[in-house]
Design a protein around this ligand. Structure first.
Ligand SMILES: Cc1ncc(C[n+]2csc(CCOP(=O)(O)OP(=O)(O)O)c2C)c(N)n1
Ligand code: SF4
Ligand SMILES: [Mg+2]
Length: 344
């Protein structure tokens, strides 16, 4: 059967948004969800839908953004949405893009741009589904966008520790105690850095944060317009898991960037660019704030002593002073090693 009731293709508007006034007014992720007050991951969903527009299919893996968004047969999604398994964002994105391509080639679906977006949490994407995302990013012939929304825990099942949980944070798997103050002593995994370093055929890879909404929406559009596999990793303050007053969500997202703990960057046309405040820090036009300003506002770090803050600060300083690209490539290079210089 051929579907004929498709709206005009100009409904796929992926042009750059310059100011707040140009942000599309129409919402495709509306009320009717049950996320916590101040949930930045819900804001990420809203921005994704706004930026991508009506000709979009969204695939969501298990987690808060599945469970809290589809309880009791209700849903805030206005565009077509489908649940996929916890580790399956990569395979679902690739499968949907491939399916659409075949249907269009066979003339069973009108040949028109349709955005395919799959999202996953840090548990589903940075841990369990990393291999599927990695495989998807090698398929240069398919156009899709994978968004990893990182609330730094397995939040939906009551805040268990993930590979994205920051050093020292209290989770249900890492409670602080009298014998051991710090139960989680591993450093947060650099997932976007690993993906950008290892996937030369990815069309677009970026990091974002909902506190910088226009930057994020433009990245969604760039990822969809890139013509191949794309990936965006967002850092999402989570009042329940991070233990803070919900009104601080926006401020915490900003502080994560201003302290240099989270960096904003994008890779397009095989070139990495630092963005916004991150770029300003690198150019010494913005003074990085002490990590304590960010950490001390969150209950999950309430047990931190001066020693813990110092260790955290040292690790973030290293990220800025010793990494090949601050916040992106987590190693340096031996002095004197010949480097490729881009040709003029
Ligand atoms: C294969 C599998 N294992 C475990 C679960 C149980 N489970 C459902 S949601 C979830 C947490 C997912 O964490 P994350 O991907 O970070 O999303 P968040 O809940 O934080 O939004 C878990 C462990 C599951 N649904 N499927
Ligand atoms: S637990 Fe965190 S991510 Fe989940 S709905 Fe609440 S605020 Fe959002
Ligand atoms: Mg999570």
């Amino acid at each position: 059967m051929t579907l004929t009731t498709t709206p005009p293709t100009d409904l796929v508007d992926l042009s750059s948004i310059k100011t707040v006034k140009q942000v599309p007014y129409t919402e495709y992720f509306v009320s009717g969800h049950r996320t916590c007050q101040g949930c930045e991951s819900a804001l990420v969903m809203r921005y994704i839908a706004k930026a991508a527009g009506p000709r979009t299919i969204v695939l969501g893996s298990t987690g808060c953004m599945y469970v809290a968004n589809t309880s009791y047969y209700t849903t805030p999604w206005v565009v077509p949405w489908m649940h996929t398994q916890l580790g399956a964002a990569g395979s679902a994105a690739l499968g949907a893009a491939a399916g659409l391509k075949v249907l269009m080639r066979k003339g069973k679906l009108k040949d028109e741009p349709i955005n395919v977006i799959a999202f996953c949490g840090d548990g589903g994407g940075a841990d369990m589904g990393l291999s599927a995302i990695s495989a998807a990013l090698t398929h240069a012939d398919y156009r899709f966008l994978i968004i990893l929304y990182d609330n730094e825990s397995y939040a939906n099942t009551d805040i268990q520790l993930s590979g994205s949980t920051p050093y020292g944070a209290v989770t249900t798997f890492s409670p602080t105690g009298k014998k051991r103050r710090i139960m989680h002593s591993r450093w947060k995994k650099n997932t976007p850095g690993a993906l950008v370093a290892g996937h030369p055929d990815a069309a677009y890879i970026a990091t974002a944060c909902a506190s910088y909404g226009i930057d994020f929406m433009n990245k969604v559009r760039k990822g969809l317009a890139a013509g191949g596999p794309a990936f965006i990793h967002t850092l999402d303050p989570c009042p329940k898991g991070w233990h803070y007053d919900p009104q601080l969500s926006h401020e915490l997202g900003k502080l994560a960037v201003e302290t240099g703990i989270w960096t904003l960057w994008e890779m397009e046309e095989h070139t990495v660019k630092l963005n916004g405040t991150t770029k300003q820090i690198a150019a010494k036009r913005f003074q990085r704030k002490p990590v304590r300003e960010y950490l001390s506002k969150q209950g999950r770090f309430a047990h931190f002593t001066d020693e813990d803050y110092d260790l955290f600060q040292r690790r973030v300083d290293e990220q800025w002073q010793e990494w090949l690209i601050p916040g992106v490539v987590s190693f340096g290079i031996e002095a004197g090693t010949p480097m490729n210089v881009p040709s003029a």
